[in-house]
Write a protein that binds this ligand. Structure first.
Ligand SMILES: Cc1ncc(COP(=O)(O)O)c(C=O)c1O
Length: 377
């Protein structure tokens, strides 16, 4: 049996009648950009996340960029974030004109190490952008406390964490703003690009609303230079249907993660761990393996698809070559060892078992092919 990394077609087929009807309704309405389907989805997201405002935009990247710009962040400012994320986290900071400053991460959660924040704050620091990586919320109490102490704003990159909870509150609803991505493979995925900013700050929400539509609140009147970053109705209609299933789908991911945990308990890999007080929604189930390249190749040979999120930390990307960022030892070590296993809500027990068994064999043979394998980490 081959195991894909994710099977989006299966998800579509599980709710095909509802999705098709929702899409047809939009086609019949001929209302394609913003409008009532986007507003309905924004209202649903507000209720789901318990925030006052939700603003649909065209991507998670723009959700971050527009939040930063609306908060007044720009050239000369520094924004603290992490380097083990998708490139867009730092890219949005750079596009705002500010400089990304990277802190290292916790080895056990892959998330921002809040104990390093204070030392990274300078007179130019304006914001912190924690990333709830793989679907596990960061240490938000500690991050918010540092932000408060230094007068910084917090913009949560919750692009991988739609539905996750931190001490009972949804990820993305804790900082000044929370940013989401709806690319197809996310836990809540559209049929293309889409994103959302949530906030309970009225002024910020109004600014982001202006920015997403060419700085315009009224047709052909432009109060400021903005962006073309609107969510379209077809995506909103799909997302409205899927949001009703999200908690169940996230719970299913949690069950597969628990099954992986059990099957891999005697295998020589480091399994993901969840800190107390939060729910992990397993956008990705990521293990750490010694000799990762040969383990991944062997899994691939057995038909088990895996990916690496992410192979090159952001401070080592060519785009930041001239910034001469210092070393981030934990981030760099994790980047050499991480391996994302197949994970989606409708996968089967057999696919989980097949993956775990293939991993056990691959780790065994990778170990055997080394003269003397060191301990992980
Ligand atoms: C952590 C993180 N930040 C930002 C983004 C950017 O989102 P998008 O691809 O929708 O622009 C993504 C998703 O791809 C992401 O995973």
């Amino acid at each position: 049996m081959s195991v894909p990394f994710v099977d989006l077609r299966q998800q579509y087929h599980s709710i095909k009648a509802e999705i098709d009807a929702a899409l047809l309704e939009v086609l019949e309405s001929s209302s394609y950009i913003l409008g009532r389907y986007v507003e309905r989805f924004e209202d649903q997201v507000c209720r789901f996340l318990d925030t006052r405002y939700a603003i649909g935009v065209n991507s998670g990247t723009d959700a971050l960029l527009l939040s930063l710009v609306a908060a007044g962040i720009g050239p000369g400012d520094e924004v603290i974030t992490v380097a083990n994320s998708f490139f867009a986290t730092a890219e949005a900071i750079s596009l705002s004109g500010a400089k990304p400053v990277f802190v290292d991460v916790q080895e056990h959660t892959f998330n921002m190490d809040s104990s390093l924040l204070e030392a990274a704050v300078t007179s130019r620091t304006r914001a912190i952008v924690p990333v709830h990586l793989y679907g596990q919320p960061c240490d938000m109490d500690e991050i918010m406390a540092v932000a408060e102490r230094f007068g910084l704003i917090v913009i949560e990159d919750a692009c991988q964490a739609m539905g996750a909870k931190y001490k009972g509150r949804r990820a993305g609803s804790i900082g000044l703003a929370g940013c989401f991505s709806f690319v197809p493979a996310k836990n809540l995925g559209s049929f293309g690009d889409g994103g959302m900013v949530v906030t309970s700050d009225e002024l910020l929400a109004a600014k982001i609303r202006l920015l997403r539509d060419h700085g315009s609140a009224r047709k052909y009147e432009h109060e400021r230079v903005g962006y073309n970053s609107r969510l379209d109705s077809l995506q909103a209609a799909v997302l409205s249907v899927k949001l009703g299933y999200l908690d169940d789908w996230n719970a299913a991911r949690g069950r597969w993660a628990a099954e992986y945990d059990g099957l891999l308990s005697d295998v020589d890999v480091v399994r993901p761990s969840t800190s107390p007080g939060r729910s992990h929604i397993y956008h990705l189930y990521v293990v750490r393996a010694r000799d990762r390249a040969s383990v991944q190749a062997e899994l691939g040979g057995k038909g088990v698809s895996t990916l690496i999120h992410y192979p090159i930390p952001l401070h080592r990307q060519a785009a930041y070559r001239d910034a001469n960022y210092p070393e981030l030892p934990v981030t760099e070590k994790l980047a050499r060892e991480i391996l994302s296993l197949p994970m989606w809500p409708m996968m089967s027990s057999e696919q989980v078992r097949e993956t775990a068994e293939a991993l056990q064999r691959a780790v065994g043979s990778a170990g055997a092919s080394k003269a003397a394998g060191g301990r992980l980490g």
